[in-house]
Design a protein. Structure first.
Length: 293
C-alpha cells in the first residue's frame, strides 16, 4: 500500500503546526529566536508554502537541502525554496535574520519582474561582501519596523524592502536573467510544468499527457524545457521522482520497497534500477552512506 502522506515534518514556521499561509504573508525573526532554544540545530523539515531568505551576519554553519550539504561562513545569504526539506547546524552564537514569505506573494513579484524567477529554483548559499551584508541588514531592520506597525502605504513599504533584498541577491549571485517575450513564455510553460509535476509525479504520466494538460504540443514543451532548464521534460519528471526518493531514504524509516511505491514505482526491481541509474548507487547503499550534518 502506498503511504498516504509524507512522514517528513511539515511546519508553518519551524515548530508550529501546519496551517494555511495568507497570500501576502511576510515574517522576520532573528536567527537566535528558534536556534538558541534548540541548541543551534534545526532538524530537517519543510514548509509547503513558505520561502526563506536567511542573512548570516556572524558565524556560519551547515545547511542540508534535500540530499546536499552546504557549509558556509558569514557574511552569507541562504535561499531556501518552499517544499524543500532543509535543516541547519549553526555555529554557536551565530547572528542573522530569517525572512519567510508566502510562495503566492513571491509569485506576484515574479509575475511583474521575471528576473526574480531564478532565486528560488533551488537552495543556495550566496557569498556576500561586508558592504552587501550591511546593506541587506539595513533593509531587514527597516522591514521589521514596517511589519511592526500599521501606517499609510505599509504594504508598499514592506514590498520595497523585500524587493531591495531580492535584487541584491539576484545580482550578487550573478543569476541568469530571463529576457525577451519568447523566453518569458518558455519560462511560464516550464513553471507550470514544474508545478504540475510536483503535484502529480507519483502518477508517472507521460510527457504527452503533461503537454495536453498545459495546452501545448509535446514539441513546444520540450523546446521550453531545453531553453529554460537545459533538460528534457522526461528528465524533469525523473528528477522530481528522484528528489522524493532521496528525501524519503534520508529522512524516513520507510523500507526500500515503500519508497518505490511512494514515487509511483510498484516494481521493487525496477525502482532499484531506476534509482541506481540516476544516483550511481543502489537505494540501500545511498541510505547507508549518506552523511548528516
Amino acid at each position: 500500500m502506498k503511504p498516504a502522506t509524507s512522514p517528513i515534518p511539515s511546519f508553518y514556521l519551524y515548530g508550529e503546526a501546519q496551517r494555511t499561509v495568507e497570500k501576502d504573508f511576510v515574517h522576520v525573526e532573528s536567527l537566535d529566536d528558534r536556534s538558541r532554544p534548540s541548541e543551534w540545530t534545526i532538524q530537517p523539515h519543510l514548509h509547503r508554502d513558505l520561502h526563506h531568505l536567511i542573512l548570516i551576519c556572524e558565524g556560519g554553519g551547515a545547511m542540508r537541502a534535500d540530499d546536499v550539504i552546504c557549509r558556509f561562513t558569514s557574511p552569507a545569504l541562504l535561499l531556501v525554496p518552499s517544499g524543500m526539506v532543509h535543516g541547519f547546524q549553526w555555529f554557536a552564537e551565530s547572528r542573522g535574520w530569517v525572512i519567510s514569505f508566502a510562495d503566492s506573494y513571491y509569485a506576484t513579484l515574479v509575475e511583474r519582474d521575471p528576473d526574480l524567477a531564478p532565486l528560488f529554483r533551488t537552495a543556495a548559499a550566496i557569498v556576500l561582501d561586508n558592504d552587501d551584508c550591511l546593506a541587506i541588514e539595513r533593509h531587514v531592520s527597516q522591514l521589521m519596523l514596517e511589519l511592526g506597525w500599521i501606517g499609510p502605504a505599509q504594504h508598499s513599504a514592506v514590498e520595497a524592502e523585500i524587493l531591495a533584498i531580492m535584487v541584491r541577491s539576484v545580482r550578487r549571485a550573478k543569476l541568469a536573467r530571463i529576457e525577451g517575450d519568447a523566453q518569458g513564455r518558455h519560462a511560464a510553460i516550464v513553471a507550470h510544468l514544474r508545478a504540475r509535476i510536483d503535484q502529480r509525479f507519483r502518477l508517472r504520466e507521460t510527457v504527452d499527457v503533461h503537454a495536453r494538460a498545459l495546452g501545448v504540443s509535446a514539441t513546444a514543451l520540450r523546446l521550453a524545457c531545453a531553453r529554460v532548464g537545459g533538460v528534457s521534460p522526461a528528465a524533469m519528471l525523473d528528477q522530481r521522482a528522484m528528489l522524493e526518493a532521496r528525501r524519503l531514504l534520508l529522512y524516513t524509516k520507510l523500507t526500500i520497497n515503500q519508497v518505490g511505491y511512494a514515487i509511483g514505482i510498484e516494481d521493487p526491481a525496477y525502482f532499484s534500477r531506476f534509482f541506481t541509474r540516476h544516483a550511481g548507487q543502489t537505494p540501500r547503499s545511498y541510505r547507508a552512506s549518506s552523511e548528516r550534518p
